[in-house]
Structure formats: structure tokens, C-alpha cells
Ligand binder design. Structure first.
Ligand code: AMP
Ligand code: MN
Ligand code: MN
Length: 340
């Protein structure tokens, strides 16, 4: 890809605030640790691997820290076999690059200790806490991968086909293969240039959207079968650990069950409550576009985007469900008030 492409935020000619400081830090430091949020997705991993590959090309030392397995459907990403669960080889002066998260704690317990003065924070979530010494946060970007592309171009590193595949996976992952409203012309232009640079679009889509385990499909069936649609347009379902065990499915298999719930014609907001291995409940929420589920998630101690958000709730199933419905309804009332 030629380095003249306009990667600036949503086509604006200005470099986003924070980019300069991040670039200076990337150029001047020696070692970087890429850090993902819990339950890693295509955006956080694709962004980390792409930036890691680019930094290696300018002679930097890179560690991919991941206190998790790489999800099976993302193991095709270049570098995905290099993640490590320890800090072996991490030097005292290493810089930690937190990607795609609004809060440091979203990276999980293993990364709580990292002090702000060693953190670069690159993100696109609403209400990012600017928890790093260097922060590049652009809420209008569809994916963290878009911001990483801008950084790599600014570093003068050529976009190899491997880098392009990682970044296109990031964008495709966060735009639902360009189906969501965040897939604006700017984002699609970036994606087109990544394809020109050799990104494997078909492979990415095959892995992200056309490949599910058989047990995962069975759990999807059960979650839909037992779903509830309320009169006020909330479509929700609960997946317990027992249900997963019954089908031999994993938590990872639940990716986008919440999207299938949202597809119901009378649904304004969908919610999927998932019992995590530690007994807590994770809720995923999706909005058709009128209700701000990020605000609902925030009331539950979580976060996300206007149309896609989540939270972790430490409560019994009944309490968690009731809290979720209350939070969504508060947002619905807020939306109705705002509409006049
Ligand atoms: P998910 O429903 O897990 O696919 O997440 C949807 C969006 O909400 C993503 O952008 C997540 O980063 C965000 N999100 C999910 N869970 C949380 C949480 N506990 N805290 C903050 N943001 C979250
Ligand atoms: Mn993410
Ligand atoms: Mn993202």
C-alpha cells in the first residue's frame, strides 16, 4: 500500500490528538508489550499483532501478553502463536500498549499492576478513561485497528500482507463485516486499501462469520428457543454453565448469539446473559440504534459502544437478569424523554 492514504480520523486532515506523543514513544522506546482485553476479539488481537509486526520491522522488541487462549477462529492471524501468559523477557523499561479498552482493568487482573507512566492506550470506546501516559482515543473510529493503521503508516513501515490481514480482521470484526452503522465511507476506504495491500478478506470472513462449532450451533438453538421477547422490545436469553456443559460448548461459542436475538423484528435491545466459569454473569447487549446500550452497560459497571456494550455482574442469575432489564428500561425511558 502506498503511504499516502488518508488514514486520518474519519477523513479529517488533522492528526488525531495524542497520535504525536504515541508515535514519539513508539520511536524512542526499545521494547513493547501488546496487551488485550479479556475475551479477546478480532479488533484487539488484530491491532496488537499488526502493531507488533510493524514495530519489529523497525527493530523493536515485541511481546504479546495474553492471559487467555487465542480464540479458535482467530488462530489464523499471523503472530497468534506467539502470545505468552507470563512476563518472561519483559524488561523493566518496557512500554505496555493497551489496545481496544476504555479502562485498564478490562485487561484483567494480570495487568492491573502496570503503572500509567508505562502505558500507551489506543482505543475507540466511548468514555475511555485516558489511563495511559500516552493516549490515542478516537471514539468516531469503527475499530482500534483503524487507529493502528494510521500509526503504522506514520512510522513509515510498509503495510505487508500479514499486517493488512490483521488490520482488516480488526475492522471486519468490529463492523460485523461492514454491516453495522460504524462502517462509514472512511472505514470502507481503509478496508479497501488493506485489501489492495494483500489482506485476506475471504479467509477473515470465513473464520469470523461462516465457521461455528456444531455444539455452538446447538447452544445458539437453545438460546433462541428459550429467549423472551418483552412487550417493550427487549429480547433476552440466559446461557448457564449447565447449558454449555450439556452441549459440550464453550463460552467462546456464544459469540454473536446476542446478534441473533437482536435480529427479531420487534426487538429494540437484545441482551444475552452468560454465566462465566467463575460463576459471575457477563451480559452482552445490542441495540437497533435508538437506545444507548453503552449507557445501560455503564449502570452495570461495564461499557462499550452505543449499539454494542457489555458488563460483568457479580450476582445470582435472577438478580443479574433483573439488573440488566432495569438498566435497559432506564435507558429506554431516557431515550423517550430525549425524544420529547
Ligand atoms: P461483547 O458484548 O462482549 O461483544 O462486547 C460489546 C462491546 O462492549 C465491546 O466493545 C466490548 O469491548 C464492550 N464491553 C463488553 N464487556 C464490557 C465490560 N465489562 N466493560 C466495558 N466494556 C465492555
Ligand atoms: Mn474489542
Ligand atoms: Mn474495538
Amino acid at each position: 500500500m502506498n503511504n499516502e492514504i488518508n488514514t486520518k480520523s474519519n477523513g479529517s486532515s488533522a492528526e488525531p490528538p495524542g497520535a504525536k506523543g504515541v508515535l514519539e514513544c513508539l520511536r524512542s522506546s526499545r521494547q513493547f508489550v501488546m496487551c488485550a482485553h479479556e475475551k479477546p476479539d478480532g479488533d484487539v488481537l488484530g491491532s496488537g499483532f499488526a502493531l507488533g509486526m510493524a514495530l519489529k520491522r523497525i527493530g523493536k522488541d515485541v511481546v504479546y501478553f495474553l492471559d487467555d487462549d487465542v480464540p479458535a477462529n482467530l488462530r489464523f492471524l499471523p503472530e497468534s502463536q506467539l502470545t505468552q501468559r507470563t512476563f518472561d523477557g519483559v524488561a523493566d523499561d518496557a512500554i505496555f500498549v493497551f489496545l481496544d479498552m476504555s479502562d485498564q482493568w478490562r485487561a484483567g487482573k494480570a495487568l492491573n499492576w502496570v503503572p500509567p507512566e508505562r502505558i500507551i492506550n489506543i482505543d475507540h470506546h466511548l468514555g475511555n478513561h485516558r489511563f495511559g501516559r500516552w493516549n490515542l482515543v478516537v471514539e468516531s473510529e469503527a475499530a482500534t485497528g483503524s487507529l493502528v493503521l494510521g500509526l503504522i503508516v506514520a512510522l513509515g513501515v510498509p503495510i505487508t500482507s500479514d499486517i493488512a490481514t490483521c488490520l482488516l480482521a480488526a475492522i471486519i470484526s468490529d463492523t460485523g463485516c461492514f454491516m453495522y452503522s460504524n462502517a462509514d465511507p472512511h472505514t470502507i476506504r481503509l478496508a479497501a486499501s488493506l485489501m489492495e495491500a494483500g489482506a485476506q478478506k475471504d479467509r477473515i470472513n470465513e473464520q469470523l462469520y461462516q465457521t461455528r462449532t456444531f455444539s455452538g450451533q446447538k447452544v445458539l438453538g437453545r438460546a433462541l428457543d428459550t429467549a423472551t421477547l418483552t412487550d417493550d422490545g427487549i429480547c433476552y436469553s440466559v446461557v448457564s454453565r449447565a447449558m454449555l456443559e450439556e452441549f459440550g460448548a464453550t463460552y467462546e461459542d456464544l459469540e454473536d448469539v446476542v446478534g441473533a436475538l437482536r435480529a427479531v423484528d420487534r426487538c429494540e435491545v437484545s441482551a444475552l446473559l452468560k454465566e462465566a466459569p467463575d460463576g459471575t454473569f457477563r451480559v452482552s447487549m445490542r441495540s437497533r440504534g435508538r437506545i444507548n446500550v453503552m449507557a445501560a452497560a455503564k449502570k452495570l459497571g461495564g461499557g462499550g459502544h452505543f449499539r454494542a456494550a457489555g458488563a460483568t455482574i457479580n450476582a445470582t442469575q435472577d438478580q443479574a437478569l433483573s439488573a440488566v432489564l432495569t438498566a435497559i428500561r432506564a435507558e429506554m425511558a431516557e431515550g423517550a424523554r430525549a425524544a420529547g
